[in-house]
Write a protein that binds this ligand. Sequence first.
Ligand code: AAL
Length: 401
Amino acid sequence: MTKSKQPLSSFPWNIPATKPDRPLSLAMQRLYENYAAPRPEDNPLFSSFKYTKVEGLDYRNNDGTVSRRDPSKIIKVNGCYYMWYTKRDTISPPRGAEHCSDTVPSTDWDLAEIWFATSKDGFTWEEQGVAIKRPEKPLLGWRSVSTPDILVWEGKYYLYYQAFMEASGLKGDHCPVTVSVSDSPDGPWAPTHEQTVPNGEAGAWDQFSIHDPYPLVYQGKIYLYYKAAFGERPEYLVGNGLAIAEHPLGPFKKHPLNPVLNSGHETAFFPFENGIAALATRNGNENNTIQFSPDGVQFSIASVTSMMPVAAGPFIPNAFNNAQNSEGIQWGMCHFSDKADPTTKHSFIARFDCNLMRNGSNKELKETDVIHSPDVFFAQALTPDERACREEQFSIDKHYD
Ligand code: AAL
């Protein structure tokens, strides 16, 4: 006699492609409601990341006097990839706000200029020279110009960047954003000397700084994302806001719902399908997530990942064409900051690869079980003070006797 098949009471072995019609734990509900697919391998906005050191950029034996960081998004012009970045070439590594001078930098991005490099393959780069020099005092950015990003609009090129009027670290990392214009990615660049994205009004979350300007063209307008850290340190948050303009020189109108991302430092944004995706790397409850917004404003977590690129500047083929059926990103440049030895502190630019492609049939770079070498963990060692404090606490803590 054959046993009649009973309806299964357990969650099935064969992963249902859509939400099954049965009671679900919150976790399993999220799996079906919050993500594009239950398996990350099938989620176009999930990726693991791989890194490659690049050829062609010299760091003076890593002595800390040369630093390159915060690469822009990458664009391709006449078969050549272009990136712009902060370059510091100073007589010493950063010495902190107390010890800085006209020639000694306070931070890694103090006394910096904006340089650019080109590449045929994204692995070997050729530095082409300075794009934006520090202007004469008291013009905007006389102390330092840093953290650039690029916009192409109606045949012209616009570089947005942080313009410091004092050494960063003196009061905070205070600066507005300005813009320079050129007819060619090779320059020359004409500075506007204007605060293109000004700081917020007194008391606002972005009152002191507009960091990491990141322009895209979306819905026929310039959507410029930016970061600000707010709250008195050490109790602060890092948020990302949006400022929208009809012309690259502004006026930029800040979105009333700012901040639009509650986490993410040096956040990279890219058009994806008909919306905007973001790499929320570092800082905040939602660090290490990739997020998506159907309208460029309302972001939700699309995936949780690890080892995300710091200060990512992806190659975005269609950054400026209104995010229509956008494919996504596969690689870009990022930076690593070598802070282990304060006497040689600097950053260097490297390449990352990922798979954040829509309709990607290829399943490479979708690894959720990324294993680090023990060194990575032990590099996060307790400081001597933290260890002493824990030893003391443990010796008096009788709760576990
Ligand atoms: C980076 C960026 C901005 C900050 C500083 C240089 O991480 O967020 O550019 O001002 O650090």
